[in-house]
Design a protein around this ligand. Sequence first.
Ligand code: MEV
Length: 401
Amino acid sequence: MEFSREGSSRLPGFYALPVSERADITARFSHLNVGEKESLNNFGSLSGELVDIFIENAVGCFSLPLGIATNFSINKRDILVPMAVEETSVIAAASHGAKLARYGGGFQTRSTEPIMTGQIQLILEEPGDFDTILAAEKEQLLAYANRGQDRLLRRGGGAKDLTWYYIPAIKSLVILVHVHTGDAMGANIVNTMVEKLSTFMPELFPACELGLRILTNLTDRRMAFAECTIPPEAFTQSEQDGAYVIDRIVQAWHFAWHDTYRAATHNKGVMNGIDPVLIATGNDWRAIEAGAHAYCSRDGHYRPMTMWRKTQSGQLHGSIELPMAVGTVGGVTKLHPTAQAALKLLGRPSAQELGEIVCAVGLAQNLSALRALATEGIQHGHMGLHQKNLDLIQRQANVFA
Ligand code: MEV
């Protein structure tokens, strides 16, 4: 294929080329030297073939460090947690938070069934008696949605419920389809079902105009929870009183509860723990981010993802609850060798168990950040680790000078 127009990003047929040719064209376009091109066109633990299957227009892989967070005890089981992340001190902090939680027996977790939700939007000038119509047709609609989903049904999954509401401002009847997706994240299952079900709608609502048909990432029927209770001794150091640290952590949490600027940073710290586990296990971290932030805004204010309070006996109690649409089968999770190894490290969890682990890591990460912020500040520990990066950058700068 000829890409003759120098400097043009119009590359018809680019998608159909082999990965190496795409990399050549990209390198020529941007005048990359040999080393720079090699940095783009390498595959780490993936094959070029796999990369090409995962995404379009692939030219190579982007590597992230993969590390192991230690000290985690979840429901009395010790696990090593794989985390793929570029930020210095995240894994050290997660491990430290887990160590603090161990003083109180580690993390306890639970979760709801893996129910994903899809939306069908029907634009209806005159909504009429949609309640009566949908209530009468509900079972038939569910049966229709489940047609052809034999494998999912055999595993106990499938469309389980329909709910709906009307939004007068946009004259939209929104039908929610709630689907048990088993150990799959389930985006494809749900999107297939809502598209299929929507073909039924003009029959039920002849005057309707079909709007969007897509899952929601606010998967509030697919939730995971984690908590821990930590005695003051865990925070006691020579010049530091544990009870005082607990008060400071609770105070820091109140700051996030009442202030959106602080809540955003607080939650960024929680996601510091969550995203790396999602990435390491091949999960869609953007979906979890979107759902988590939306869930935190459910009372009309953006709130912290975690909650920290002092118990009557003076211990620190922390908890987290988040929508958790993760999968352990199918898609990237299944095909990516590192994701497979990461899941094995975690003891081959079900999707629900993985969601619980993810929540526990988010809570540990947040605890560690709040402890540092509430006492010596984060730069003390962070900069020690960060200094190694700065030294390396300086050494490289000297080499290339
Ligand atoms: C840095 O990546 C995360 C923190 O800012 C989180 C927080 O402030 O709670 C330390």
